[in-house]
Design a protein around this ligand. Structure first.
Ligand SMILES: [Zn+2]
Length: 353
């Protein structure tokens, strides 16, 4: 719920660049002689380019249409030009850069070159499958040590989902008792901010892979069209700066957490909260904040003057309310708890920023 990039940079501002370099090198491993391995992204692009130039491709994939084949060829050549400069932008580019690249790509190919919309569902074309399976193979990356190592390095070992702040994400150590090998297992989803069925070329783009919970990714977001113009990419923007939770008027009147509302503070055209059904999900779990609201009403007299420290001590027994917003991603429900306390503490005596 706060910008992941800011959070990571607050710990170590060189880490993201280092991770991006290891990621690029991990996807493009070289032999001792300095040649790229056959399973490197660069070699895979070269291989697909050769395939596209064959008569068989023209017949089987491009429906005997030279223009179609030329668009496919144009895309791979775009990745490879100037010493694969655009391939590197595609993998390492930040969310703004990905938005620029998307427009550049859609000048070379048409959206229906990679997918078609049939009865409200996107299906990949043959060319879409070639991109997502023969080049940008997400499945093999997701099951790789490279993926787990990056998640651990970036601190996703124990955090809450950056989209919803409702569910926990973790990377755990598994010790295999039959051997001495130790492996990590990532108990989280990697959401493709730009869905891979519509944008298969972003299947491995670092800033398109959002560590998130299963509810947000697989049950709710699925293949909804997201973009940074209309949605929050957690590496780009902070939900905390764009939305705030508030108790409903009835709740305030009854001094009880009965219902919350979600108010947009900025970015008026944002659809993230609606598309992720956040308000319904929070109201369905309202009991998580009942104790905090109840505590506030019963103890607010202690918040005055010299009893403030005492109030904060008591508060820490009922809830891990985080005074530093950079800690919001640590625990589930921390965003809503901070917002509700700020609403109740009308003179901001708790100094929640
Ligand atoms: Zn989530």
């Amino acid at each position: 719920m706060i910008n992941l990039k800011d959070k990571i940079n607050s710990r170590n501002d060189l880490l993201l660049n280092e991770v991006l370099e290891s990621y690029w090198n991990g996807l493009n491993k070289k032999t001792a002689k300095g040649d790229y391995y056959r399973n490197s992204l660069i070699s895979k692009c070269e291989k697909v380019l050769i395939k596209i130039k064959t008569k068989k491709y023209l017949k089987d994939v491009a429906d005997n249409c030279n223009e179609t084949r030329n668009r496919h060829k144009g895309l791979i050549e775009f990745f490879m030009e100037s010493n694969h400069k655009n391939l590197s932008r595609l993998i390492k580019g930040n969310p703004n850069e990905l938005s620029v690249i998307k427009n550049e790509i859609l000048k070379i190919i048409k959206e229906d070159d990679v997918c078609s919309l049939i009865k409200g569902q996107y299906t990949q074309t043959e060319f879409g499958k070639i991109l997502s399976e023969d080049i940008f193979s997400y499945k093999s990356f997701r099951s790789s040590k490279l993926c787990r190592d990056i998640l651990v390095r970036l601190g996703f070992t124990s955090v809450s989902c950056p989209y919803c702040n409702l569910n926990k994400l973790s990377v755990i150590n598994i010790t295999n008792t039959t051997s001495t090998s130790q492996k990590n297992k990532a108990l989280l989803d990697l959401d493709h901010f730009y869905p891979k069925v519509i944008h298969p070329y972003f299947s491995l783009s670092f800033y398109n892979l959002i560590p998130s919970c299963h509810d947000c990714n697989s049950s709710i977001k699925k293949e909804k069209k997201f973009s940074i113009e209309t949605h929050i990419n957690p590496y780009h923007e902070s939900f905390d700066d764009i939305y705030k939770f508030e108790l409903s008027l009835d709740s305030l009147h009854n001094k009880k957490a009965e219902k919350v509302e979600l108010k947009k503070i900025t970015k008026l055209n944002d659809s993230t909260a609606n598309d992720l059904l956040l308000l319904d999900r929070y109201n369905n779990n309202i009991s998580e904040v009942e104790g905090l609201v109840d505590f506030f009403y019963k103890n607010q007299h202690s918040l005055q003057g010299e009893n403030k420290e005492y109030f904060i001590d008591l508060l820490s027994n009922v809830s891990n309310v985080l005074f530093d917003k950079m800690d919001i991603n640590k625990f589930c429900y921390s965003k809503i708890k901070r917002d509700l306390l700020r609403q109740l503490d009308i003179h901001n005596l708790l100094d929640i920023k």
